[in-house]
Design a protein around this ligand. Structure first.
Ligand code: SF4
Ligand code: SF4
Length: 203
């Protein structure tokens, strides 16, 4: 309840708690708290122009730091560690565990065809924060089922052919992004997903 109250005070509605059992070789007694903050729709709709998106990303990163600090302050006796330190303790990268996989395990959404997390409230238009603790701060969530269904909007729009109906090739995506100039991003898969659009499936 106290964790919920802290997230409420920080105006965060998209959050959950994940067990790491079975996800990493040795969870060290840690569980994960994942939360997501929505991108401004204007920043996503302006893509591939990167100016608004970059500004929004920086602002969300600042908020994620403040929220992480607020949670740590609300639980001064807790054993909180951030994502970077957890990486070292739990070998997350070696176990193939990224922030979006943790967010999926914490019930925030599913991993879509685009390889992005697709949340019920904002589709893939979210920036993620992640904390770890050994304390029992609430109910463990279950990962939701994939709800991409027959949709292929991200695959259709992807300029690098990184996304197919049943696979995602990160190298094709990063190679394409390297060809773009400094003022241009891609993120078209985020923009195209119907689950994040204001007229989309869930909003
Ligand atoms: S960021 Fe662009 S290139 Fe990469 S997967 Fe998404 S749409 Fe394709
Ligand atoms: S655009 Fe469609 S296929 Fe791609 S992640 Fe979103 S729902 Fe899934």
């Amino acid at each position: 309840m106290k964790l919920k109250n802290t997230f409420d005070e920080c105006n965060v509605s998209l959050w959950g708690i994940a067990s790491l059992k079975g996800a990493v070789d040795n969870d060290g007694g840690y569980r994960c708290i994942a939360f997501g903050l929505p991108y401004d729709d204007a920043a996503v709709e302006a893509l591939p122009d990167d100016a608004l998106h970059r500004e929004c990303k920086a602002r969300l990163n600042d908020r994620i730091s403040l929220i992480s600090d607020a949670i740590a302050k609300a639980f001064p006796d807790s054993s909180f560690v951030g994502y970077g330190n957890a990486n070292k303790k739990l070998n997350l990268r070696e176990n193939g565990i990224s922030q979006k996989v943790l967010a999926h395990l914490a019930g925030l959404g599913w991993i879509g065809r685009s390889s992005l997390i697709v949340t019920k409230s904002h589709g893939p238009r979210v920036r993620l924060g992640t904390l770890f603790t050994k304390d029992d701060l609430g109910e463990i969530n279950s990962p939701p089922e994939n709800r991409c269904g027959p949709c292929a909007a991200c695959a259709t729009i992807c300029p690098s052919d990184a996304i197919t109906s049943d696979s995602f090739d990160v190298n094709l995506c990063t190679d394409y992004i390297r060809t773009l100039d400094d003022d241009t991003a891609c993120g078209l898969c985020m923009q195209a997903c119907p689950h994040g659009k204001s007229e989309g499936y869930f909003r």
